[in-house]
Design a protein around this ligand. Structure first.
Ligand SMILES: Nc1ncnc2c1ncn2[C@@H]1O[C@H](COP(=O)(O)OP(=O)(O)OP(=O)(O)O)[C@@H](O)[C@H]1O
Ligand SMILES: [Mg+2]
Length: 324
């Protein structure tokens, strides 16, 4: 039934729309202003895997809290499923995993997730069945009857994810779902996000792990100090031209090294091999010819494209006037 409900929405439908959303906190005795979010706009369409990025303190969690109705905006508007936030009708259709899932320490994952299922309106029997299913899906079925206070950080994170999934939501909002997970755990969450999208869900998540975003997301928004600095379709944001080509050689004689450096190429060592770094890809042929003529063996030729990390560093870190 859940899947039928999931598939009934129109592709191209806007599920989240933030329009100049803003939040200014007042802090301390003097009510000092902290402008955490300063006019953030973006949209999330049905079927998207949407990455919400930004350095620490950029305003990601604050934005997510406004979207999920935990705090009220001080400016701008947002809608979820077309309902202005906060909206209990919209909340009934989304699964939320907060940044630090708070789970009552004396409950077991089974008890906690089942309780979340009941809060989502499931009957006792279907909450029980669905809990078993999602705990298995997030990989902690083996610890499902251990008290939460005895779980590791990663296991707690997985419990939070199970709680977000139990109500069979159309939209998943996940604040740092990979934090605290080991490499296998991160891969599990990546696989889970793909599987959930294939099942018809839309996923909006924040993270710092850029390589995960690069493999997962259709669209991204990068925040810096409460403002959007980059937004769009990921493959359009990454410049596809070759930035650099690395030619790996088994060895480089001193004469060849001098020749390559004289021609403006950097030569470095890595893993017992020598790597010649060539700007762009136009002069690769000339380097290969020189290497072969000098008797070196070519191990690998690797074109390097711009990565999301390059975009992130350029726009969110180096572009920050406060850090320039
Ligand atoms: N309740 C609050 N009162 C005052 N300032 C706050 C409050 N909550 C957040 N802030 C401030 O708002 C800014 C944005 O914080 P937020 O938690 O949204 O960042 P974030 O992008 O989620 O960072 P991280 O990547 O570290 O999770 C920070 O400067 C933070 O100190
Ligand atoms: Mg945060």
């Amino acid at each position: 039934m859940g899947i039928l409900r999931l598939c009934s929405g129109a592709v191209g439908e806007t599920l989240i729309a933030a329009d100049r959303l803003a939040k200014t906190f007042r802090q301390g005795f003097w009510m000092r202003r902290v402008e955490a979010v300063r006019g953030v706009s973006f949209t999330v369409e049905r079927g998207d895997i949407f990455g919400f990025l930004g350095p620490n303190g950029a305003g990601k969690t604050t934005t997510i809290k406004m979207l999920t109705g935990l705090i009220a905006p001080t400016g701008g508007t947002a809608t979820i499923f077309g309902h202005p936030v906060p909206s209990t009708r919209a909340l009934g259709r989304l699964g939320f995993m907060p940044e630090n899932p708070y789970v009552y320490p004396f409950l077991t994952p089974t008890e906690f997730v089942e309780m979340c299922g009941r809060l989502c309106g499931l009957t006792a029997a279907s909450a029980r069945a669905r809990t078993r299913q999602v705990l298995d899906q997030v990989g902690i079925a083996y610890a499902s009857d251990r008290q939460v206070r005895r779980l590791s950080k990663g296991m707690l994170q997985r419990t939070g994810l199970a709680a977000a999934l139990v109500g069979d939501p159309e939209l998943l909002v996940l604040d740092e779902p990979m934090s605290g997970l080991d490499p296998v755990g991160r891969k599990d969450v990546r696989d889970l996000i793909f599987a959930e999208r294939a099942a018809g869900r839309t996923i909006f998540f924040s993270t710092h792990i850029l390589s995960d975003v690069e493999t997962l997301c259709d669209r991204v928004t990068i925040l810096r100090r409460g403002e959007v600095v980059v937004s769009g379709v990921l493959r359009d944001l990454l410049r596809r031209e070759v930035k650099r080509t690395d030619v790996t050689l088994d060895a480089v004689s001193p004469a060849l090294e001098a020749e390559l450096e004289g021609a403006g190429h950097a030569v470095r060592s890595a893993g017992g091999r020598r790597i010649v770094e060539i700007e762009g890809d136009e002069r690769v042929g000339e380097v290969l010819a020189a290497a072969l003529a000098a008797g070196s063996r070519v191990v690998e030729v690797t074109p390097r494209h711009e990565t999301l990390e390059d975009v992130f560093v350029r726009e969110a870190i180096e572009g920050d006037p406060a850090k320039a």
